[in-house]
Write a protein that binds this ligand. Structure first.
Ligand SMILES: [Zn+2]
Length: 458
């Protein structure tokens, strides 16, 4: 055989060998998913020790891992040492939602040795627009299960730990203590304070991200002498400033971008590569396509968590009431109903349906924001958003006039999305002389659940 032909043959066989090795890894991943993979030795949990071939060289990576992470190894600034550091590291992702999805996917793909995921939620259809780690097949199942399955499907050689349930002051220290780096991918203020205080107590760096509407931000707390969350926000923001995606909306890709940046910062910390965002905050504005990085306040010596005389001990932390401190619930209670009105000032969806069936003339006022009203509304309803009611009483007067009624009529009904704003609206109407105006209990969600299942819930 000619030399050239031999070389070609060798190349061909090497390509074939790589293809077979990739196929083996893929099949191992399937086995893992079906729960049939052999039990891993607890002492050898880090993924880089679980591949079939022995470590090659001092760095400890086997030839499969060298091939899997070859694009990292080719980076002069990352290289074999960065990868080995990453494989030896452990990262906790708190929240498997819009931010946590890309964080967990990238950390798994990039080869974090032990990846923990905490969440207490169930996958719902309206999560899938942004929580890209979940699929339709997992609707109704725990987000942690779904996220862990996705991570294992990408990388069966790492250790994925499921922490099903909420991270609370009573269990946070036990969970956080098992990891080197913590990623806050949650969406509520009490949990932010709690994760921060836990990380300061246990001396762990915290990669913190937030996304709402069309904007996002991220930074690293308690790292390299930088500030913690409490240094920046010693007192919680007013409750009205704490919005959630379920009320304000969020464009799916925005938490995706922030989550990717969180994953990047976590990887940099875990692999000891690059300059971290500690002491700086990155601000992202999707509408104008602008990313800015601003310097943030330095660590405060008076900080309750990381200052000279911190108030927190592990014992105090476990019993600290974060909901009371922030006046905000940890769990999204936006579906819970306010009780502002007396029984007589409220009507049910079924009563309203009866009124419609009887053809009784009436006025239905919908007090949701205009962009909500455009999604879906009840026939013949008038949209006056809650903040505008007092300015637009004349619109209500003329609608009542059209059906031959006046202010004191019992034919004025108010509806909103969940039955909270409608009660506030009725209070305003009562104060303005519409003495028998009523709201509809549970709003359009009740209407959809109790009367018309074809009415869209959003
Ligand atoms: Zn601090």
């Amino acid at each position: 055989m000619e030399r050239r032909a031999i070389e070609e043959e060798i190349n061909k066989l090497q390509v074939e060998k790589l293809r077979i090795e990739s196929r083996i890894i893929s099949l191992q991943s399937q086995l893992n998913q079906n729960g049939q993979q052999k039990q891993l030795d607890d002492k050898n949990l880090s993924g880089w020790k679980t591949t079939s071939s022995p470590p090659y060289g001092d760095h400890g990576l086997s030839k499969e891992l060298i091939y899997r992470y070859s694009r990292h190894l080719l980076l002069p600034d990352f290289g074999i040492q960065g990868q080995a550091n990453l494989l030896n590291s452990s990262i906790l992702v708190v929240g498997a939602g819009g931010l946590g999805s890309p964080v967990a996917l990238y950390l798994a793909a990039c080869g974090v040795g032990r990846l923990g995921i905490v969440d207490n939620d169930i996958v719902e259809l309206n999560n899938l627009q942004r929580q890209i780690i979940h699929t339709e097949a997992f609707i109704g199942k725990h987000k942690v299960e779904s996220a862990a399955a996705a991570c294992r499907a990408i990388n069966s050689t790492i250790d994925v730990i499921e922490h099903k349930g909420a991270l609370l002051a009573v269990n946070a220290l036990d969970i956080i203590s098992k990891y080197d780096v913590v990623v806050d991918a949650t969406d509520n203020i009490p949990t932010r304070y709690m994760i921060n205080d836990g990380c300061v107590l246990l001396n762990k760096p915290l990669v913190s991200g937030a996304a709402l509407g069309l904007e996002g931000q991220l930074t690293i707390y308690h790292y390299n002498g930088g500030p913690c969350y409490r240094c920046l926000f010693p007192t919680p923001p007013p409750t009205s400033a704490c919005q959630r995606c379920s009320d304000s909306g969020v464009l799916g890709v925005v938490p995706g971008i922030i989550g990717c940046l969180q994953a990047l910062e976590a990887i940099k910390l875990a692999s000891s590569v690059g300059v971290s965002l500690s002491g700086r905050m990155l601000l992202f504005d999707a509408l104008s396509a602008r990313i800015r990085t601003v310097k943030i306040r330095e660590r405060s010596l008076n900080c309750d968590a990381c200052g000279e005389n911190p108030i927190f001990t592990k014992k105090l932390f476990r019993s600290f009431d974060y909901e009371n401190f922030t006046e905000t619930p940890i769990f999204d209670l936006s579906c819970e109903n306010l009780m502002l009105l007396s029984k007589e000032a409220r009507g049910s969806s079924n009563e309203y349906e009866e009124l419609l069936n009887n053809g009784k003339p009436h006025v239905l006022l919908d007090v949701r924001p205009a962009h909500h009203f455009q999604i879906a509304s009840l026939p013949n309803s008038i949209n006056i958003p809650l903040p505008n009611i007092e300015k637009e009483l004349f619109t209500i007067d003329s609608a009542l006039k059209e059906i031959g009624q006046c202010k004191e009529t019992d034919s004025l009904y108010v509806i909103c999305r969940r039955g909270n704003d409608s009660q506030i609206a009725v209070q305003i109407l009562h104060q303005n002389g519409y003495s028998t105006a009523k709201d509809l209990i549970g709003g359009l969600i009740s209407w959809a659940n109790l009367v018309n299942c074809d009415f869209p819930i959003y």
